[in-house]
Design a protein around this ligand. Structure first.
Ligand code: PMP
Length: 381
């Protein structure tokens, strides 16, 4: 069995001393995903009475002083957690990442223009195909050709210099691969950070925009965090309904219409929790310990477990693996559930298993899964 070194284990436990409380399980779901219990408890209290107002979180007017403070605090915490410079707007939008995929071409690609997409995953392919429904796109890197087993290396991308932007998916939730550095480009860069936001220090300045749907390291689905260079979102066409324009949402302080107030509050609490546990750099160390434990278990299984992702670009958020056949995959998932390890079924397009271990996922859960994997391989090898 692969175990953490005592020092690594101590770090993981002191940073996030969290095991699920009675009745809860280890939840490896890819999203919506496991959240810190301290945040869940705070939400529970606020649902009945927010800040001593006698009004619950879901009942607060979005134009009132309390919600205004919650919104501003959420924007501020996200700005600090992302380390976003002052020439960037930080704001919330209704809708998950797929909504933003649709808005990008409408905002930034003129009818006679085009944008480039790096295709490393089903999500970047989706972003590209949504854009291609209404505008011209080019594929700067075709990851399908290598079965999505890696992201591009420097020099692998062919980017049309006229592109209005270059889109990429920072962490590939389904394929278990990640960009350890943003791709190099001279055109405005847009990153989908849905499954890696706040999991590591990340250079906002290299991007024109970063978007992240809420359901993983930000906690609540149905809304997105947008971090965007102000002059980039100002360059969007004016010939759009306001509700579809990023800049209008930024200028309205995330309250252009009635916003998803609950999701925004949850995202704010998740950003504050991120900062309280030491921010993305502390979490990156914690996440590396958790992920390496599982990837090492796969590598040390004598070939029982495998996954195509190349080692140099393996994700620290989504650890994917399969056993020798589909029958044993199914058995693994069933027996894991009986052992209190839930949400391990792989994405329907990729098969196998997937352990999603976002920021709030406790290290102890990874140790228990690693042990379970070792025992399962011995019994079924
Ligand atoms: N991008 C990435 C990286 C994802 O993991 C997902 C799935 N959560 C999406 C986009 C799609 O997000 P949504 O369902 O919020 O549209």
């Amino acid at each position: 069995m692969t175990t953490m070194t005592p020092a690594a284990s101590h770090l993981a436990r002191t940073l996030l001393p969290m095991t699920p409380s009675a009745g809860r399980v280890y939840n490896f779901s890819a999203g919506p995903a496991c959240m810190p219990e301290s945040v869940l408890q705070q939400i529970r209290a606020e649902l009945l009475d927010c800040r001593g107002s006698g009004i619950g979180l879901l009942e607060l007017s979005h134009r009132g002083a309390i919600y205004e403070a919650l919104n501003n605090e959420a924007e501020d915490a996200c700005r600090r957690a992302a380390n976003a410079p002052s020439d960037y707007a930080v704001f919330f939008m209704p809708g998950g990442a797929t909504v933003q995929f649709g808005l990008l071409p409408l905002n930034f690609i003129p009818l006679d223009g085009s944008a480039a997409y790096i295709d490393t995953s089903i999500w970047s392919a989706k972003a590209a195909s949504e854009a291609a429904r209404c505008r011209t796109t080019t594929i700067a890197f075709d990851g399908k050709a290598c079965g999505y087993t890696r992201v591009p290396r420097t020099g692998d991308c062919t980017i049309d210099a006229q592109s209005k932007y270059l889109f990429y998916c920072q962490n590939n939730t389904v394929e278990g691969t990640t960009f350890w550095e943003p791709p190099e480009t001279n055109v405005p860069l847009i990153g989908d950070a849905t499954s890696d936001i706040f999991s590591r220090p990340w250079s906002v300045e290299k991007h024109a925009m970063i978007l992240a749907a809420g359901q993983k390291n930000l906690g609540a689905s149905g809304a997105s965090l947008i971090i965007a260079k102000k002059d980039f979102i100002a360059s969007a066409t004016a010939k759009l309904p306001q509700i579809l324009r990023f800049e209008d949402h930024a200028n309205a302080g995330s309250r252009l219409n009635t916003p998803p107030t609950f999701a925004v509050r949850v995202m704010g609490l998740m950003a504050e929790w991120t900062l309280a546990v030491g921010g993305p750099s502390a979490l990156a160390a914690h996440n590396a310990i958790k992920a390496n434990l599982l990837w090492n278990t796969i590598d040390g299984s004598g070939g029982f477990y495998s996954w195509g992702a190349e080692k140099w670009c393996r994700s620290h958020m989504n650890i994917c693996f399969r056993s020798p056949d589909a029958a044993r995959d199914a058995k693994f998932v069933t027996e894991a559930e009986a052992a209190g390890l839930f949400g391990l079924l792989g994405h329907r397009d990729a098969g196998g298993m997937r352990a999603s271990i976002y920021n709030a996922f406790p290290a102890q859960g990874c140790e228990i899964l690693a042990q379970f994997m070792g025992e399962f391989a011995r019994r079924n090898g």
